[in-house]
Design a protein around this ligand. Sequence first.
Ligand code: NAP
Length: 238
Amino acid sequence: MTNADVAVVTGANQGIGREVARLLAAEGMTVHLGARDRERGRAAARDLSADGADVRFVPLDVTDQSQVDAVARQLGEEHGRIDVLINNAGTGGSRPAVEETTADDFEAVMDVNLLGAVRMTHALLPLLRKAEHPRVVNVTSGRGSFAVNADPERMESRLEGLVYPVSKTALNMLTYQYARALPGFLINAVDPGFTATALNGHTGTSTPEQSATTIVRLALSVRGPSGRLFDSTGEIGW
Ligand code: NAP
């Protein structure tokens, strides 16, 4: 058992998730770093624990219900509660052109970006309910926002593609509906912005640390809001 807040971050062996894990641990939380690759997950947790931070690897492929259930069981036994869940794991998929996209192209991406968040949230709900201020942050994308896509000033308005943006729009609605259904929980979505990570061949313009900051701010906020979408500038439209 620990008195420190307990956090779980999915897809945290690299990129934005790893930075979120590092920053939450720097706030004194006990952080469970989820990764589907055991070696890379263990290595990341070891590196992040170097300065006495409490970062613990958990094997976690969010498309594997048995692994999700195992994490819920383990954290129930270790802590009896979870304060913070960061649904960060995400994939861009193969990104075929719009006219070439088939239903099959959606399956693998939805399985991670949407259903992964459902599996995690559903499995951890009983432990989140035990927290004084349960917080869930879903890492979405401006590409999934109608408001951002409709803004000619935003680069997302000029990008094409079906699968990734649709998966993030679905994640946005998931966030909104969970927030409505779960009073007492703080459940929000964050667009981290165009960030230099493996997802885009490290072409993004902000660093993972900069992008993680907005996610961590929401994860630390115990007084609300809930059911909203944020980026580094503040609240933005769905
Ligand atoms: P990244 O470095 O590629 O990180 C993605 C993470 O998700 C990796 O740890 C990856 O694991 C993990 N992941 C993928 N499938 C998984 C699965 N089935 N189970 C568990 N973990 C899985 O990219 P990132 O940019 O940091 O992405 C983090 C989040 O930010 C994603 O949700 C992404 O959509 C979102 N986002 C990123 C940008 C950007 O510009 N980078 C912009 C908007 C939103 P592996 O290392 O094993 O592949």
